[in-house]
Design a protein around this ligand. Structure first.
Ligand code: SF4
Ligand code: SF4
Length: 186
């Protein structure tokens, strides 16, 4: 009779799992931490909180440094100097930031959830976040001189991202081995 050990039943082994399933945010090294950002750009979109209910409403307006075509910060290394209220994410503040979108990878990991199919660490491509309609690329304008009344006219219901890759994308990727995206080191 074949002897079954406890180890045999533990599949997959922890060492086979990717880092975001085995480490907490606080345990990640800087490269792992940076690679967790899917570059959706949604955290750079201005949201408005209802003072009575605390409910958040999203706009299609971003911080002045956001480049909508590149879907990212146009001066990431100097962002805190240019936009003092830009919040640097940390393992400590992520669970408290209710304005992070529900699809944000940092939020997902902090809530013990897995990444979605479009995340570059899973798909091997930075394009899939846009294919999935999880990003704000090309759909925003910068705040300029807009004040609250102007922002209220720009309230937007961002779409639910696609739950699965569209057939055309899956077909295009079939047979190709995905290459890992470069990790941000800045
Ligand atoms: S919402 Fe989260 S995953 Fe998306 S760009 Fe911001 S930090 Fe990165
Ligand atoms: S400064 Fe850059 S990272 Fe910060 S909110 Fe603005 S665009 Fe986003």
């Amino acid at each position: 009779m074949k002897k079954t050990t406890l180890l045999d039943r533990r599949t997959p082994k922890d060492s086979d799992l990717p880092f975001w399933k085995t480490k907490t945010l606080a345990e990640m090294n800087p490269a792992e931490w940076e690679s967790l950002c899917d570059r959706c750009g949604r955290c750079c979109v201005i949201s408005i909180e209802d003072a009575d209910t605390g409910a958040l409403a999203w706009t299609d307006v971003t911080c002045k440094l956001f480049d909508t075509n590149a879907c990212g910060c146009s001066d990431y290394p100097n962002r805190k100097k240019k936009v003092p209220d830009c919040v640097k994410l940390t393992p400590k503040n992520v669970p408290k930031l209710d304005w992070l979108p529900p699809t944000c990878a940092y939020r997902l990991v902090s809530e013990g959830r897995d990444l979605f199919w479009w995340h570059p660490l899973i798909s091997g491509s930075f394009e899939t976040v846009h294919v999935a309609k999880a990003s704000v690329r090309g759909q925003t304008r910068t705040e300029g001189r807009l004040k609250i009344p102007g922002l209220l006219k720009r309230l937007t219901r961002w779409p639910e991202p696609l739950a699965e890759p569209p057939r055309a994308w899956a077909k295009q990727k079939r047979g190709k081995s995905p290459s890992r995206p470069k990790q941000r080191t800045d």
